[in-house]
Write a protein that binds this ligand. Structure first.
Ligand SMILES: [Zn+2]
Length: 184
């Protein structure tokens, strides 16, 4: 029976003996496995990881976090990695906006008040102002690309609609006007 240290040494030696092509292939297979997971499968995987983490002693978890921080810092020094990461991140964020706009306009990708359909000027609008506050307090994103990413992660909860910038401004003007009338 090998100890965990021996197993790790074996794993490291194995990885070192591979040719760069073999390493790239193994990495690609691993990435594809995660990229092609269904949402249910990913949730099961995540639940398993969380259950496993709970059985670990706290100092082991701290070790792991320190190791991950180190690995991340090492990767940040690598210009090739960073260029790839930035490209991936940009594409992921752009697609998050496209997905959100399509989901909240029922696939029409068009303003709910007017026929504007230029995605550059379309944005998401919280239908109810009270919900906005609750949502922002809970998740910290009032708008922007982080909101799109968050909504995609949450599988598009209701409460949003697609408006163009003009109609969004118009809605705000109407809201303030009615608020003024009420307080007078
Ligand atoms: Zn509009």
């Amino acid at each position: 029976m090998k100890t965990s240290e021996e197993k790790r040494a074996y794993g490291r030696a194995y990885w070192k003996n591979l040719t760069p092509d073999e390493r790239a292939h193994k990495t690609a297979v691993r990435h594809a496995y995660f990229a092609n997971m269904t949402p249910e499968r990913r949730a099961r995987h995540r639940a398993y990881q969380l259950r496993y983490l709970k059985t670990r002693p706290p100092e082991k978890i701290e070790d792991r976090k320190a190791y991950q921080r180190q690995a991340m810092n090492r990767r940040r020094q690598d210009p090739v990695y960073m260029a790839g990461f930035k490209a991936y991140y940009k594409e992921w964020m752009t697609s998050a906006k496209e997905h959100c706009i399509n989901m909240y306009s029922n696939g029409e990708a068009c303003c709910a008040w007017c026929p504007q359909s230029d995605i550059d000027v379309l944005c998401l609008d919280h239908i109810d102002e009270g919900q906005t506050k609750a949502f922002t307090e809970k998740y910290g994103h009032r708008g922007g690309k982080f909101l799109f990413a968050k909504l995609r992660q949450m599988d598009y909860p209701p409460g949003f609609q697609v408006l163009c910038s003009n109609c969004n401004l118009k809605k705000e003007i109407l809201r303030r006007r009615t608020a003024l009338v009420k307080t007078c």
